[in-house]
Structure formats: C-alpha cells, structure tokens
Design a protein around this ligand. Structure first.
Ligand code: CTP
Length: 153
C-alpha cells in the first residue's frame, strides 16, 4: 500500500504490543511517522512515565518499521500534522476507537486491534509487586529475628 501513515503514543517500557502495532501500521502504507508523547504532555494528562522522552523516542526510532519520530506535545496537533506531512492514514490501537473520527474529512482513520495480555500499566503493576517485600517474607524475617533474640538475647 502507498501513502504516509501516522500514529501517536507514549511507548513507555516498550513491549511486544507496541512492536506488533508498529508492524501492522507499517503495512498500511509505505512510510510510518510515530508521534511520541513528551514527558510534559504526559504530565499534563496526569501520566508519569518510567522512561524519559528522549529514550522512548530513540527506541521507537530504531524500530525498522518506523521512518520518522516526531514529538507529541499537544492534543490539537493532529490535524496540523495530517496536513503538514500529507498523511493518508491516521491509525492507532482500538482502545481509542471513535475518538479521532474528526480527522475523517482529511485522511483515513483506522483503529487496530490491541495485542492481548500486555500493557505498560500491567508492567508497572508487576514491577511494583516485584519490588515490594511480600507480607509473608516480612513475617518470616520477624520470626527469624525472634528466634535469634531467644538464642542470643
Ligand atoms: N497497544 C497495542 N497493544 C497493546 C498495548 C498498546 O496495540 N497491548 C497500542 C495502543 O493501542 C496505542 C500504542 O500501542 O496505539 C501506544 O500505546 P501506549 O498507551 O503507549 O501503550 P500501553 O501499553 O497501552 O500503555 P498504558 O497501559 O500506559 O495505556
């Protein structure tokens, strides 16, 4: 297929769902532009990223399906980008279904299925669980201390 495709996203803690999406997006045209949300833009949405913008942008730029990375700094830039870059297709995961139909007079708008079972939110939750000491470990440590106190105290 021909034409330039554009997508928008944070791409924090880059995962297989992101990779699958970029591969599918690239297949929709012959050039893929990815607008990566800046830390300031995310901050304004109340979203905190683990990986800073420069690194997220660098990772996405290194993916072979991606031709260009631009910063996403404000909600309203989409129409400007579509016109400035001569976009044929705006595409994004279906968690955004219907929300960008206002671009329909200017380009195709496509919502792609998400990869099941993976998201940055889930990864952050796992990391939290992984890095916090479990209640059982804590109780076990108290038992050990108690035993030591009895033996030596
Ligand atoms: N995406 C996807 N499949 C997933 C996760 C994300 O196709 N399992 C897509 C989203 O639909 C979006 C793009 O990847 O078009 C960037 O999404 P982003 O919000 O950065 O990733 P999420 O993992 O959804 O992050 P979060 O949990 O913070 O929303």
């Amino acid at each position: 297929m021909s034409g330039t495709v554009i997508t928008y996203g944070t791409f924090d803690m880059f995962h297989i769902g992101h990779l699958n999406l970029l591969r599918r997006l690239a297949a929709l045209g012959d050039r893929l532009i990815v607008a990566v949300s800046t830390d300031e833009f995310n901050h304004g949405k109340g979203k905190r990223t683990l990986i800073p913008f420069e690194q997220r942008a660098e990772i996405v730029r290194s993916i072979r399906y991606v031709d260009e990375v631009i910063p996403e700094t404000r909600w309203e830039q989409k129409l400007d980008d579509v016109q400035q870059y001569g976009i044929k297709t705006f595409a994004i995961g279906e968690d955004w279904a219907g929300q960008f139909d206002f671009l329909l007079p200017y380009c195709e708008v496509v919502y792609l299925p998400r990869t099941e079972g993976v998201s940055t939110t889930d990864l952050k939750r796992s990391l939290n669980r992984f890095s916090s000491v479990s209640r059982d470990d804590l109780l076990h440590a108290f038992d050990v201390l108690d035993a030591l106190r009895k033996d030596f105290g």
